[in-house]
Design a protein around this ligand. Structure first.
Ligand code: ACO
Length: 454
């Protein structure tokens, strides 16, 4: 099979959101801290009647309705998530309920977990299955989904929620470029979930940002080396030759800093070849900034605020042309962990004109704390994108605003629901659930979960 990639995408996010500006007032922090300081506008609010299973059921069922494919056409279904409600039973097995009427139980794949990276592992696995000797000619579905909630006030505005289901197959409008992939994995405690009695992570936000940048640097360098080895006669892979940059987004300020970082790395690479080349390609780099670059190395200056600020100016065009179209969901929904990089992908595909997207090369950077990270390239084949993104912006605008107090109460209700048995959600599906959506209706005394469909 050729051009294996994404044929259709279903993006689910909750019906309720809280305005980050309202949250700033409610939290009594300075005005602009969340909206400008973190770069976030709105955040999805999830109540006690949604869980990881319900949001994945919704994403997969809507994907199948939209594509009109029979469930028998699916040979693999894999879920990437870090929202764990059962230490043994995978969300994938819950999704098999959707296949029951079709009689198709021959569906490979299971859940994959490491912070925000599971969706990427699921995608790579599914593509490898399709390229290998066990492929049966049927489609794969990759689900990347998470509910991101935090216990501490500082981290709370960086929550969010989304579930993305992707139909994977050959001859896809957006396909993975064979070979153009790099990874960086290491052992670090930047964000993890050691407390099984709580849904909240243990997080060191500043360490996580440092790890993210280190992973970005390493993946970018390796991707460039891979590109040069594969196609020595082609233009090098860098921010000049890539058409769009798609990031995992814990909060948009970190993505903005990452773009400054890539501009800096490209400048250093150009300057190493010749000062003239660097001056031609980066005329905006001032003498002061050149001096700052000369005083350090990429390994020693990752936390240098002056350098970041300087290259933020240098990369303002890069940001608006090649990154900002990918920020629609991250800005309005918040962090969706494993779904986040794919939410950024969906955003750019839904926002940009088809003639601009045709033939474009997109770089995707996927980061999961702990840490696991990969960078890879996607190509848009022609003037077509995966189905399912037509109504994305309209659905984002049709959500319901809730107050910060409601958001705080919803988190308290989720705390009460976590690990509960003999439990019925307090939140009413009338208020919080959109049509064509699954929601949790009851958990019995043996922890069996039942879902209803609105
Ligand atoms: N107007 C404009 N900007 C402001 C304002 C204001 N009124 N107030 C603060 N800022 C800026 C700050 O200058 C800072 O910007 P900088 O980073 O460019 O210096 C930014 O807003 C954030 O302010 P801080 O004081 O650093 O924020 P705080 O310490 O309260 O927390 C943090 C921020 C660390 C991001 C916190 O929200 C957090 O830990 N979140 C969790 C993030 C995370 O690690 N997620 C997991 C990553 S990996 C994954 O997705 C699993």
């Amino acid at each position: 099979p050729k051009d294996i990639g994404i044929l259709a995408m279903e993006v689910y996010f909750p019906q309720s959101f809280v305005e980050q500006s309202d949250l700033e007032e409610f939290d009594n922090v300075s005005s602009g801290k969340y909206t400008i300081g973190l770069g976030q506008s709105r955040m999805a609010v999830v109540d006690d009647n949604e869980d990881i299973n319900s949001i994945c059921l919704t994403a997969v069922s809507r994907l199948m309705m939209r594509t009109r494919l029979p469930y028998s056409a699916i040979g693999r279904l894999e879920v990437g998530t870090e929202t764990i409600i059962d230490k043994s039973k995978a969300t994938k097995t819950v999704l098999m309920q959707l296949f029951a009427n079709s009689g198709n139980t021959d569906v490979e794949g299971i859940d994959t977990t490491n912070a925000c990276y599971g969706g990427t592992a699921a995608l790579f696995n599914t593509v490898a299955w399709m390229e290998g000797s066990s492929w049966c000619g049927r489609y794969g579905i990759v689900v990347a989904a998470d509910i991101a909630v935090y216990g501490t006030k500082a981290a709370r505005p960086t929550g969010g929620c989304a579930a993305i289901a992707m139909l994977v197959g050959p001859n896809a409008p957006v396909y993975l470029e064979p070979g153009l992939r790099s990874s960086h994995f290491e052992h670090v405690y930047d964000f993890y979930k050691p407390d099984f009695s709580s849904e909240y992570p243990a997080v060191d936000g500043r360490l996580s940002a440092t790890c993210f940048t280190r992973a970005l640097d390493t993946c970018y360098r390796r991707l460039q080396e891979r590109g040069a080895a594969l196609r020595p006669n082609e233009t090098p892979v860098d921010t000049g030759s890539l058409d769009y940059l798609v990031f995992h987004s814990p909060y948009l300020k970190l993505v903005r800093k990452s773009v400054s970082r890539l501009a800096y790395l490209d400048y250093v690479a150009a300057a190493a070849k010749s000062p003239e080349l660097a001056a031609t390609r980066f005329p905006q780099v001032s003498a002061e900034l050149q001096q700052l670059v000369a005083e350090s190395t990429p390994e020693t200056n990752r936390d240098c605020a002056a350098l970041e600020a300087g290259f933020r100016k240098v990369s303002s065009g890069l940001w608006s042309d090649k990154v900002s179209p990918a920020t629609l969901i991250a800005k309005n929904v918040g962090n969706s962990y494993t779904a986040s990089a794919y939410a950024s992908l969906a955003s750019v595909l839904a926002s940009e004109p088809l003639d601009k997207l045709a033939g474009a090369r997109l770089m995707v950077f996927s980061y999961g704390s702990g840490l696991a990270s990969s960078m890879f390239c996607l190509r848009v084949r022609g003037p077509a994108i995966p189905v399912g993104l037509e109504d994305l912006a309209a659905r984002l605008n049709a959500r319901t605003a809730v107050s910060p107090q409601h958001f705080t109460d919803a988190l308290s209700r989720r705390e009460a629901a976590h690990g509960a048995a003999s439990f019925s959600p307090v939140a009413s599906h009338q208020d919080t659930i959109a049509p064509s959506t699954f929601f949790l209706s009851h958990i019995n005394d043996r922890h069996h979960r039942a879902y209803a469909y609105k």
